[in-house]
Each structure stands twice: as structure tokens, then as C-alpha cells.
Ligand binder design. Sequence first.
Ligand code: HEM
Length: 141
Amino acid sequence: MVAQDGNNTSSQHEEELKVYSLEEVAKHKTRDSCWLVIHDKVYDVSKFLDEHPGGEEVLLEQSGSNGTESFEDVGHSTDAREMMKEYLIGELTEEDKKFTKDNGPKPWAYSSSSDQNSWRWCGASVAVCVAALMVYRALTR
Ligand code: HEM
């Protein structure tokens, strides 16, 4: 018979998150150990410095502190947000949390996988044109 023990090994990553204070995070601001906080989560991006499309400088600048605002200002894509999970090492202590909300990528930063978006815009534009034409014809009759 099939044993039903498949659900106790998955999705434990979130539960295993370590808790760090901002003070602890502030000790990691070098190339060898570069941590930063985004939306109250702690990321160790030391191994990502060379790969970051925005360059290592910006990451080093934000290291040891809260990079949420800069991260959101750039409007990182869905792909970037997926990528982050790889570098997640923990979260801030309750007292250090800012409880910022992750509103997802900005409209201009959707990843290429969501080409459907352009089609949606295209469809909407056609609909607006047709509606305008109908109104025009109704008014000029
Ligand atoms: C773990 C954290 C981060 C990851 C995984 C990440 C990933 C990425 C990726 C994949 C891109 C390419 C564009 C995109 O897909 O959105 C990018 C661009 C960029 N990132 Fe980050 N990033 C992180 C943190 C930060 C932080 C804290 C800053 C602070 C300023 C930053 C600044 C930038 C800039 C300036 C660009 C270039 C945007 C452009 O040229 O259009 N990133 N990042």
C-alpha cells in the first residue's frame, strides 16, 4: 500500500529561517560576507556580487543594512524576486522588522515570460478604439 508520509519533508525552508538582529546584519558588509535586508528578510549575497546585473557596487553600498527602498526603487522583475530566494538566510528580529510590504515588480519590470501582458494591452487598445468609433458614429448620425 502507498504510505502517506510525503508532506513532512517539503516546504520547511521558511520554518528553518534563522532570526538576526540588524546589529548582526551590520557586521556583514564586506565582499566576503555581504548581507542585506529586503522586506525584513536577510540575504547573503556574497556569492551573487559578481552576477548581479546591477553591479556589485550597489549591493555593497546596501550591505549590512536595509536595502528595501533601493531594491523597490529599481523595480526588480519577477525573475529577480525568484532569484532572491536562493540567497535567503534568515529574517529580522521582531523589534527590527519594518513590516514593509512586497508589492511585487513594477509594471515596467515584468519578466519576459509574461508576454501575455503586451497582448492584454494590445487587446485593450483595440477595444478602446472600437468603442470610440461606435460613439463617434452614434453622435454623427
Ligand atoms: C538578493 C537581492 C537582489 C537580487 C536577486 C537582484 C537581482 C537583480 C536582477 C535579476 C536584475 C536584472 C533586472 C531585473 O530582472 O529586475 C537586477 C538589476 C538591478 N539591481 Fe538588483 N538584485 C538584488 C538586490 C539589489 C539591491 C539591494 C539593489 C540596490 C540598489 C539593486 C540594484 C539593481 C540595479 C541598479 C539594477 C539595474 C537595473 C537596470 O539596469 O535597469 N539590486 N537585480
